[in-house]
Design a protein around this ligand. Sequence first.
Ligand SMILES: Cc1cc2nc3c(=O)[nH]c(=O)nc-3n(C[C@H](O)[C@H](O)[C@H](O)COP(=O)(O)OP(=O)(O)OC[C@H]3O[C@@H](n4cnc5c(N)ncnc54)[C@H](O)[C@@H]3O)c2cc1C
Ligand code: FES
Length: 255
Amino acid sequence: MKQITDFTIIRRQQLGESYFSLTLRHPGLLPPIAAGQFVEVEVCNSREVLLRRPISIHDVDSQNQTLSLLIQTVGKGTRRLADLREGDTLNLVYPLGRGFAVAGANPLLVGGGAGIAPLLYLAKCYREKGIRPTILLGGRTEALIPVREEFEAIGATGCATEDGSLGEKGLVTQHSLFNLGYDHICTCGPTPMMKAVGRHALAKGIPCEVSLENMMACGIGACLCCVTDTDQGHKCVCKEGPVFDVARLTKWLSI
Ligand SMILES: Cc1cc2nc3c(=O)[nH]c(=O)nc-3n(C[C@H](O)[C@H](O)[C@H](O)COP(=O)(O)OP(=O)(O)OC[C@H]3O[C@@H](n4cnc5c(N)ncnc54)[C@H](O)[C@@H]3O)c2cc1C
Ligand code: FES
């Protein structure tokens, strides 16, 4: 059930130069939230930024009734959000979209850049089921792979950086943990990375879910600005996704 709610920022952490996280609480109880769902964040006090911005739910703490967002500062909206401080209010529409299935007994989670964000709560959902996922995080440099310690506490975690500043040098798909007989793969990050992971999964016959990050406006299936061409026709990524079975995206994979 979607809600429009004012949250209070109870914690703000700067994570290197370009990332920050916000932990949020509101007086009521959180609704059920699936890993991979997202929020639409209102960017207040900005004439330049009229539309809400889609941000994945990074973590949920049901004991303390908080949720967290991990945000990369890339443009005018996220720069405004980066100015927020503890005690400030943030209005969210949430939880939106369809999340991951949390399937498989030996899953691999592959994240790149800000696509790492939804994978932490996903990893925790696997842990709740008694499953230790393998996690691969990729970025151009070490500074672009935030919060890896939190993943390391959950499952075997490997990092791949293009400049070799952290983990193995190269792409996540070249990492020694990448091709080890998993029975399910989940991925979120830059489109070329997700396509490479998806093609590998299809070729190996491994079920694979990708979380698409198309540009969005309304976030609720009304404006049609986020459609993607699936094997069942055009689908709104905000409503039918953002998580899709890669077997439904063979046209997307081939572009
Ligand atoms: C379902 C979903 C979940 C997302 N989750 C996260 C998250 O957890 N953390 C996070 O940091 N980011 C996430 N994003 C991306 C985030 O929404 C954009 O970075 C943000 O909207 C940019 O707003 P801006 O005003 O700062 O940038 P703008 O000034 O609007 O644009 C700055 C640059 O960012 C690019 N950009 C804008 N929107 C997107 C987008 N949707 N995807 C990719 N590039 C974009 C623009 O092309 C431009 O190059 C997610 C996107 C989607 C669709
Ligand atoms: S963002 Fe409006 S339909 Fe998806």
